[in-house]
Write a protein that binds this ligand. Sequence first.
Ligand SMILES: [Zn+2]
Ligand SMILES: [Zn+2]
Length: 393
Amino acid sequence: MAVHWVLICHGLVTLTVVVSFLCGQWPIFQGTPISSIHRFITFGAYQYFLKFVGAVFGDKGTNLILSVEYYCCDRPNPILQIIYLAIIGTIYCIIAKTSFSYIPGYYLSGIHRYASMLAVGIGILLFILTSFSDPGTVKAENVSQYLSAYPYDNIIYTEKECSTCKLPKPARSKHCSICNRCVARFDHHCGWMNNCIGERNTRYFLAFLLWHFLLCVYGTIAIGLVLAGQLKELRVIYILTVYYGVDNSFGSLAPYIVQWLLGSYNTQILLMVFMAIVSLLLAGFFVYHANLCLTNTTTNETFKWQDYISWRKKLSEARASTAALKASISGVNGEGKPPESKCRSFFRRSPLEDTEAVIKNNVYDKGFFLNFYEVIFPVSTRASFLQTKSKSG
Ligand SMILES: [Zn+2]
Ligand SMILES: [Zn+2]
């Protein structure tokens, strides 16, 4: 009985930590222990650790930790690339070791031994392609083409020069401080790929996300079919109903089957749960990025638009409150407009309610089909892009 309680407590603690980590910053958790745990995991724990190192080892210790942080977070490094290869390699080896002996089985043909290897190979190929391809680096040779390929919208992009590269900054480009270069149609710097995601490699990045989502779904279903095949081949249901007298219904058989699976195939169950969770995360990332591509926006621009819209809102609120102040002063002086009816002023929420609505006006959005085409066939790979130089130069 005590073991059950330990398991329940363990489950609750894990759930709290996962929810706090992923959702702790949501407004509904504001002021609750969930948001405190979120702050502690994401920021506080590291600060306490730094203070602890400082107290024990002095400034030398703190500087060492800060230089490690600088190397890991602010400089190009292959740490996450190695972790990705280690994860995919280890998972594949464990699956091969624990489950390949059941292939071919009742539900899976022998071809899946080779199909799985091919699927993982394609995944690694997409990873290499995204990691080592040029994301669209802006150089002196191509800056004039990029300038004419993406016009300034004069909202979130205006004519500017990159202070580091000393080159004009084409619209939609951003200087990546980690890679120390300007990247056209910059999306984000991806630590897993140790590369920027930009104009030329967003297509590989999208393919990587989609393929790894499918890979996880394939792995989960394949292991599920291996276990279902074992259930069938070992005639577990027959034994349970005939020899142990268990009622032949889902409700009465399920607990025995779950117990049997957890006892005999715990590695496979663990792998299935892991791949199912990762597939959900990848699906979320893929949908987010696919939506950006179809609306011809980038992650970088999403933040720029948010900043722009909140800046405009604040500006118009300030204008409205100034106008309200002026109106109240003129009201005191008995000048200006006739007084508002009591009924109307009661229903008026605030003097700021007339603030103008700011909407996103993305000039790069050319419709679903052309937006998708632009990601698959980036402008810099087209013949028209290369011809621009001969015209301008
Ligand atoms: Zn730059
Ligand atoms: Zn970068």
